[in-house]
Ligand binder design. Sequence first.
Ligand code: SF4
Length: 146
Amino acid sequence: MNFGHYIIIEGQLEGGRFSCYSRLSGEHFVAQLMESRRNGTSGRGRTYPCPFLKNEPRSERYLCAIYPTRPNFCREFRCSHMDIFNSAGERVGRVGGKKSLLSKDRPLLTFWDREISPLATDDDQTWLPRAQSMLENAGYRVVRYE
Ligand code: SF4
């Protein structure tokens, strides 16, 4: 999973800086291109479409060219199954690799305990779409990572 599909460059500023918008988190941020990584080839249009993912010259490595100023969404990413957004577009929960909910949102925690936790299956192929469907029926927007 990468988030480059969701990062929009809104404008170029002075000094190798860009004003950007993350469609996933609704976050506006200023990205500073790293001097040491500005000469790489952009990964856009290749396997990794993020405009800031650069192919290191003469290697197979791809690096984030704005690493110190990357958006919080990229910064906070851990191996996860899904992010959960409320009707206001705010991210209110993240489902970790072991299908555990990370959230401080009381309504979501209550819904999760009452409806999702009792789902009796360990099969991800079954559990994930069922959990997603139940969350969406309850008014949440779900972004899944596969
Ligand atoms: S970490 Fe960097 S390269 Fe990866 S998606 Fe975020 S901004 Fe793009």
